[in-house]
Design a protein around this ligand. Structure first.
Ligand code: FES
Length: 223
């Protein structure tokens, strides 16, 4: 997907999500404080309607609009969905090790899975393609201003909100929107932290076993 299309898709999804949450918040406010006793029943009915519209709108965004636009809703992926390595089943050939830039994450398709490959000298690591914080590509949008971050201290940094994960284990070593990241990236950091107020923390990211066979990167994936 081109960076411009991805940006458009994310903008639509972001606006849609904020509008849906505003509907739900409006509904809750009307239900909690319906106001004047004479008109309270109308406000309660309005609150229930807003809640229902907001929930439907949020569901449509996640299940229909997001997939149609080719982007995922900015909701967290929980660590409990991580598949243990002993339950991964298929080894797949990804490409020659020397075709991957050293120390720079790159996204590939492995069978039907989005996978981030990070070459580190003579070895490589494989992690989920999407950051578990808000389902944005850990390898960024190459060619756009939001590019891959080079690996540092055996960790990958998500270029969107700065979450940092250990390459080998996938464990979180820095949460999104750290003060360091926000100071360096005012729009992706401080501004988006306010927009994503409902999702400011992340859990660990899925990793996949990697072997190098005859100079080829092999990754074990679920399907
Ligand atoms: S999407 Fe990766 S830190 Fe937010």
């Amino acid at each position: 997907m081109s960076p411009a299309l991805a940006f458009l898709g994310i903008s639509i999804i972001g606006t849609w999500g904020v509008a849906s949450i505003a509907l739900i918040a409006g509904g809750i406010i009307l239900l909690v404080s319906p106001g004047d006793a004479d008109t309270a029943s109308g406000n309660v009915a309005g609150g229930i309607a807003l809640l229902i519209f907001g929930a439907i709108s949020l569901g449509l965004m996640g299940k229909v609009v997001g997939p149609l636009l080719g982007v995922d809703p900015p909701l967290p992926v929980k660590a409990k969905s991580i598949i243990p390595h002993d339950r991964l089943q298929r080894w797949a050939r990804v490409g020659p090790l020397n075709s991957f830039p050293d120390g720079v994450p790159q996204e590939v398709r492995v069978r039907s899975n989005r996978v981030t490959i990070v070459r580190d000298g003579d070895t490589a690591y494989a992690l989920a393609g999407l950051c578990p914080h808000a389902r944005l590509p850990l390898a960024g949008f190459p060619g756009s201003p939001i590019k891959q971050e080079p690996i540092r201290d055996d960790c990958i940094t998500c270029p969107f909100h700065g979450a940092r994960f250990e390459l080998a284990s996938g464990e979180v070593v820095r949460q999104p929107f750290s003060s360091e990241f926000n100071a360096e990236h005012p729009f992706l950091g401080g501004v988006q932290e306010k927009l994503l107020f409902f999702n400011t923390k992340t859990e660990a990211v899925q990793t996949y076993p990697v072997e190098i066979e005859d100079g080829e990167v092999m990754v074990k994936v679920p399907r």
